[in-house]
Design a protein around this ligand. Structure first.
Ligand SMILES: [Zn+2]
Length: 423
């Protein structure tokens, strides 16, 4: 095997393609591999569905592709790519095995970009690859879109919806997860009922039946999501309570319900802090899980909850802790009885934010109780949040939310992206 044969084998070239020259430029730190084919070679017609395998070469176009670096050398492939004449389809540029049509990168290079983009932010990746970042984004967007186009969502029955702000308190992105497969199905800008409409359309575009296929939808108690589910993910439509068409069970995510209880505690604290300065800067001590408290916060809390302090905030926190007991009941029946008793007592708490929380619970009763039936894993939607934080870091420096969404699909869509062994 000579040097050219070795490069050809390393690139996985198939007949009639061979490596015809290898140039190594020390000063430019550049490796150039020129590919070619023997005079008189014939090629298959590139038109979809055409079976013509032996088209004659009409002319050639000069093409080149950036390839994986060869140690510290940037590597390029180049070739005169033939345009062939098919008796049926006319003159077309042939497809080459090492790159997709129109790309200036070899497939191996693109797969490397995809692989690294799952692990590191795009800006440093582009710098490391010595490629302009817009070209990196184009590769990621292309492969994500292509892979998404081919996936089937018709078996999905449990969906979790969550929203997050891309920047502090604004620019929302809504994410729809397949809870059984733990993958992101759909992500879009915004957080209103229209995002659910878009999700329904996307589900239909992927072989789904949005109004009939879902058994459960897990979400927070935002009226927009609830409205969106009724209007776009069930057969019942708007306010047509008479129909008995399919409607998925709405399950309110534990994480979001507990967050509302915590908000009630904090509301009590903020009001009380006006007359009790010792409550200032104690927010996290009241809201964190006990296991996550620092030693100092633990001490602070022990001091603030002494009976002699007589703090309303301490009472509110106890109501909150009691509420959380609902999630630890052994059976759904026990859980519902527990919650009924808790609501009955908490209504008499003489703490307005706690009483407001009771009303919220009662207004969303079925969906809150449903959580204990369905045993949807608690960490799932919390997981979305860490996923989105990761996507934010990967897309740091890019304000376009579509870029963040591309990364969300890339790292959590479980998409059939090209890998080394598939090319
Ligand atoms: Zn043809």
């Amino acid at each position: 095997m000579d040097e050219l044969e070795m490069f050809g084998a390393a690139l996985g070239l198939t007949a009639p393609w061979v490596a015809v020259s290898v140039k190594f430029d020390e000063t430019e730190r550049r490796l150039d591999i020129e590919l070619g084919f023997a005079r008189g070679s014939r090629f298959g017609c590139p038109q979809e569905g055409c079976g013509e395998l032996a088209c004659a070469v009409h002319d050639t176009l000069d093409k080149s592709w950036r390839h994986l670096d060869f140690f510290e050398h940037q590597a390029f492939l180049s070739a005169k790519v033939p345009r062939v004449r098919c008796t049926e389809h006319g003159v077309h540029l042939v497809k080459v095995g090492w790159a997709r049509p129109g790309s200036g990168f070899t497939m191996l290079f693109e797969v490397a970009l995809l692989t690294y983009a799952k692990q590191m932010p795009v800006a440093p990746l582009a710098a490391m690859a010595r490629v302009h970042d817009t070209r990196v984004w184009r590769v990621l967007e292309h492969h994500v879109a292509t892979a998404r186009a081919g996936v089937d969502f018709s078996e999905v029955t449990q969906v979790g919806m969550d929203e997050t702000s891309a920047r502090r308190g604004q620019d929302y992105v809504s994410v729809f997860m397949d809870l059984a497969e733990r993958r992101v199905l759909f992500a879009t800008e915004g957080r209103d009922a229209d995002t659910v409409k878009q999700f329904a359309a996307d589900l239909a575009a992927h072989g789904g039946a949005p109004r009939t296929q879902l058994d459960q939808v897990c979400c927070d108690m935002s009226p927009a999501f609830i409205k969106g589910v009724r209007e776009h993910l069930s057969e019942q439509g708007d306010d047509d309570v008479e129909t008995t068409g399919h409607c998925p069970q709405i399950v309110f995510d534990r994480y979001h319900v507990v967050a509302k209880a915590n908000e009630a505690v904090d509301e009590v604290r903020r009001a009380e802090a006006k007359t009790r300065p010792e409550l200032k800067r104690t927010r996290y001590a009241w809201l964190k899980n006990e296991a996550n408290l620092t030693a100092k916060q633990r001490e602070q809390l022990a001091w603030l909850t002494r009976p002699s302090m007589q703090l309303q905030t301490a009472r509110a926190a106890r109501w909150r802790d009691d509420f959380n007991g609902f999630y630890n009941q052994p059976t759904p029946t026990d859980a519902e009885a527990y919650l009924r008793s808790w609501c009955y007592r908490a209504k008499r708490s003489r703490l307005q934010p706690i009483k407001d929380f009771v009303r919220l619970v009662e207004a969303h009763w079925d969906g809150i109780v449903a959580w204990t039936n369905t045993r949807i894993s608690n960490g799932l939607l919390e997981g979305t949040n860490s996923l989105i934080q990761t996507a934010k870091r990967r897309a740091r420096g890019y304000r376009n939310k579509q870029k963040m969404i591309t990364i969300i699909y890339l790292i959590a869509g479980k998409l059939p992206l090209p890998q080394i062994h598939t090319i």
